[in-house]
Design a protein around this ligand. Structure first.
Ligand SMILES: *Cc1c(COP(=O)(O)O)cnc(C)c1O
Length: 610
C-alpha cells in the first residue's frame, strides 16, 4: 500500500520499514523528524519545508529547457522567473533566490507589495517581470527598480497602463524599464484554473489593441523599450494540446509584431501553467505530458514559426510557479481521535431481555467469522436501520439504541479485520457504508484551502505503519466548527487508514504538495492560524532542523483583527477579579494561565500534547 506515491511522489519519498522516508542518502523518516520536533516542544500541525526539493524543481526546469535548446539548435536564451503570488513566505522565497542564483533565476511580481519584495530580494542580474493591473504608483516603482539596476519588464495588461507609462516617462530622468505586452489569446487552457486565457479572459490586449499599442509606442519614441510579449493560459494545465495551440498563436503574433517594426522585441514569456500531478489514484491521473515533452514542444514550435516567418528566434521566459513550489512543503498533523474508538465491549449495557433485533446483533457479533463476515456486516447495518426506526416510533429505549450503536460498530470493526485480505474492490463497496472518522489537529481552511474552495485533491497518507494493511475507509475531520472542514470518503478515490489505539500510540497524517498557493490562500476560520513551520536542511549523514517559526499566537491574531490587546487583558482580569473564585492565589494562577494561553497558538493540545 503506497498511497499512489508512484503517481504524485516525483521520486521524492520512499517507503522503507513501514515509514515514509526522504529519498536522500541518509533516508531520514518523516515520522522521526516529527518526533524530534515535538520533543523540542512544538505540537499540533507542523508545516515542513524541504529546500532540496525547491532546488530539484529548479534544476529540472533549466536542464530540460537547455537540453531542448541544444537538441533543436535553438538560438534564443532561456530565462525563468518565479511568480511570487504562488508562495511569498520568507523561508521559501529566500531559499529559492539563493538556490536560483547560479541560474540567474528571477522573480515575477503581480502587485506593489510583491514588487517591493522582488526589489529587495531578487538576485542582482536576474530578470524581474511585472504583471497584473498597475496604477501610476506601481509603474513608478518599476522605474525605480530599473534605476536600481534591475533588468525589469513591465507587462501591460491594457492600453490605459501604456498611457500611464508614457505620461510617467515624459517627466522621468534616468533608466526606463522594458515594456512587455500581454496578448489575449483565443486559445485557453482547461480545468478549474483555466480562466486566464481565451477571448473572454480578464487579461491582455486584443489584436486591435496590440496594433494600437505599437503605434502609441512609436509616437512616443518608446518602441525600443518594447522587448517582450507575454501570455498565460491558466494554472495547472494538465493537457498539452492547448499549450501547443497557444504557442502557435503567440509565435505568429511575435513574428507579425516584429515585421511591423518592433525591432527590439526579442522575447516570448510563456507565463506559468506547468502542471503538478496531485493524483493518488491511477484512475484519475491528470497530467498527460512530461516536462521534457513540454520543453521540446515550446522550443520546436517557436523555432519552426520563426524559421517560417524569417524572424530571429525569441528568447524564452517562463513563469511557472506551481511546478517549482508545490513539492517543497508538506503538513504533518496528528490524529486526535477515531470516532469509533469509543465503542468497546465495556459500553454494552446488559438487560434482562433485549428486543429481538438487538439480541440478533449480539448473536452476530459473537458468531461472526471469516466466511460469514460480509453477510453479517450487511445484516447488522440493516438491523441498525430498523432499530433506529423502532426507536423513533417509541418501541425501544435509549439503552437499546446505545447497544445498537456499540454492537454495529464492533461488528464493523471485526468484519473489516476479518476481510482485510479480500480484494480491494469488494472492500470499497462495503467500506463506503462503514467509514471511520478521523479527527485531525489541523484546519482545512488554513492548510488546504483549494480543497475547500475547488475540491482540489491533495495526497494524504500516514507517515508510518505502512507495512501493515490499512483497513478503515477514512473520512478526515478537521477541528474547525464547520461541516465543510471534512475530507469525506470517496469510493472513486478511496483513502484507507489504520485502525489505531491512540491511547497507546501516535498516528500522524501527511498532507503533501502544499507548497503552491495553499499557504497564502489559507484562511483564519475559527482563528486557526498558519501552523508552526520548520525547514529541513539535508546533509551527508542526516538532517538539520532550521528556521522554526511558531504558529501565530492568539494575542497576535486578535491584534491582526484590530482588537486592542490591553482592552482584552483588562476585561479578562477585571472579570476574574470579580468572579466567584475567592482565593487570591487561585485568581492569580488563573490570570497567569490565561496570559500564557494568549501567547500560545489555537491548535488543540489533547492527550500527550498531540
Ligand atoms: C499565476 C501566474 C503564474 C504562475 O502560474 P503557475 O500555474 O503557478 O505556474 C505565472 N504568470 C502569471 C502571469 C500568473 O498570473
Amino acid at each position: 500500500m503506497n498511497y499512489g506515491l508512484d503517481n504524485w511522489g516525483n521520486g521524492n519519498f520512499i517507503i522503507e520499514d513501514g515509514k515514509v522516508k526522504l529519498s536522500a542518502k541518509s533516508k531520514p523518516a518523516l515520522v522521526d523528524m516529527v518526533k524530534d520536533i515535538r520533543k523540542r516542544g512544538h505540537t499540533g500541525p507542523i508545516l515542513f519545508r524541504f529546500p532540496h526539493l525547491i532546488k530539484k524543481q529548479i534544476d529540472l526546469m533549466y536542464s530540460y529547457f537547455n537540453k531542448a535548446k541544444k537538441e533543436f539548435d535553438y538560438q534564443g536564451e532561456f530565462n525563468a522567473v518565479y511568480p511570487l503570488k504562488v508562495n511569498q513566505f520568507p523561508n521559501f522565497v529566500k531559499n529559492l533566490v539563493k538556490i536560483g542564483k547560479s541560474y540567474n533565476y528571477g522573480l515575477e511580481a503581480g502587485s506593489k507589495a510583491e514588487l517591493l519584495l522582488a526589489m529587495s530580494y531578487n538576485n542582482p542580474d536576474a530578470p524581474i517581470t511585472v504583471n497584473g493591473f498597475k496604477d501610476k504608483e506601481m509603474i513608478t516603482l518599476g522605474f525605480i527598480a530599473a534605476n536600481m539596476g534591475y533588468d525589469i519588464t513591465l507587462t501591460i495588461e491594457g492600453l490605459n497602463e501604456l498611457e500611464n507609462i508614457v505620461q510617467i516617462t515624459s517627466s522621468h530622468k534616468g533608466k526606463l524599464p522594458n515594456i512587455g505586452l500581454r496578448v489575449r489569446l483565443h486559445s485557453s487552457g482547461s480545468g478549474i484554473w483555466a480562466k486566464s486565457g481565451g477571448i473572454n479572459s480578464k487579461f491582455g490586449l486584443t489584436s486591435t489593441e496590440l496594433i494600437e499599442a505599437v503605434s502609441i509606442l512609436i509616437k512616443n519614441d518608446l518602441l525600443k523599450y518594447f522587448t517582450m510579449i507575454h501570455f498565460h493560459i491558466g494554472s495547472q494545465i494538465t493537457d498539452i494540446a492547448p499549450v501547443k495551440k497557444a504557442l502557435r498563436e503567440v509565435g505568429n503574433i511575435y513574428a507579425e509584431l516584429k515585421k511591423m517594426g518592433s525591432f527590439n522585441l526579442n522575447a516570448i514569456n510563456l507565463g506559468g501553467g506547468l502542471a503538478v500531478e496531485y493524483s493518488q489514484h491511477d484512475n484519475v491521473v491528470l497530467r498527460n505530458y512530461t516536462l521534457s515533452e513540454y520543453a521540446n514542444d515550446v522550443i520546436y514550435l517557436l523555432k519552426e514559426i520563426s524559421t517560417k516567418k524569417g524572424v530571429k528566434e525569441p528568447d524564452i521566459y517562463i513563469e511557472s510557479g506551481r511546478f517549482i513550489a508545490a513539492h517543497h512543503a508538506l503538513l504533518v498533523a496528528p490524529v486526535l481521535e477515531l470516532f469509533s474508538g469509543e465503542y468497546t465491549d465495556k459500553k454494552l449495557i446488559e438487560k434482562k431481555s433485549h428486543p429481538p433485533l438487538v439480541q440478533e446483533l449480539f448473536d452476530l457479533y459473537r458468531t461472526i467469522n471469516r466466511s460469514n463476515a460480509l453477510e453479517f456486516l450487511h445484516d447488522s447495518i440493516d438491523h441498525m436501520e430498523s432499530l433506529l426506526t423502532l426507536f423513533d416510533l417509541g418501541y425501544i429505549d435509549l439503552q437499546d439504541r446505545s447497544n445498537t450503536e456499540v454492537l454495529v460498530n464492533l461488528i464493523i470493526k471485526k468484519a473489516v479485520l476479518l476481510l482485510k485480505d479480500k480484494h480491494f474492490k469488494e472492500l470499497i463497496s462495503i467500506q463506503d457504508r462503514v467509514q471511520e472518522r478521523y479527527l485531525v489537529n489541523f484546519s482545512i481552511f488554513q492548510s488546504l484551502p483549494d480543497f475547500w474552495g475547488l475540491s482540489q485533491h491533495f495526497p494524504i497518507m500516514p507517515l508510518d505503519k505502512l507495512d501493515q494493511k490499512a483497513t478503515r475507509s477514512a473520512s478526515i475531520w478537521d477541528i474547525t466548527c464547520d461541516s465543510d472542514g471534512e475530507v469525506s470518503f470517496n469510493p472513486q478515490k478511496p483513502l484507507f487508514l489504520h485502525d489505531v489505539d491512540l491511547k497507546k500510540e501516535d498516528y500522524f497524517l501527511g498532507f503533501f504538495l502544499l507548497g503552491a498557493y495553499q499557504e497564502i490562500l489559507g484562511m483564519k476560520h475559527n482563528l486557526f492560524t498558519h501552523p508552526t513551520e520548520v525547514t529541513i536542511e539535508l546533509n551527508e549523514s542526516s538532517y538539520e532542523v532550521t528556521n522554526i517559526l511558531k504558529a501565530q499566537s492568539i494575542s497576535y491574531i486578535f491584534e491582526d483583527l484590530d482588537y486592542d490587546m490591553d482592552e482584552i487583558s483588562q476585561n479578562l482580569s477585571y472579570k476574574i477579579e470579580n468572579s466567584c473564585f475567592v482565593d487570591t492565589d487561585i485568581k492569580n494562577w488563573i490570570l497567569k494561565e490565561i496570559n500564557s494561553l494568549l501567547e500560545d497558538n489555537c491548535y488543540l493540545k489533547n492527550e500527550e500534547y498531540r
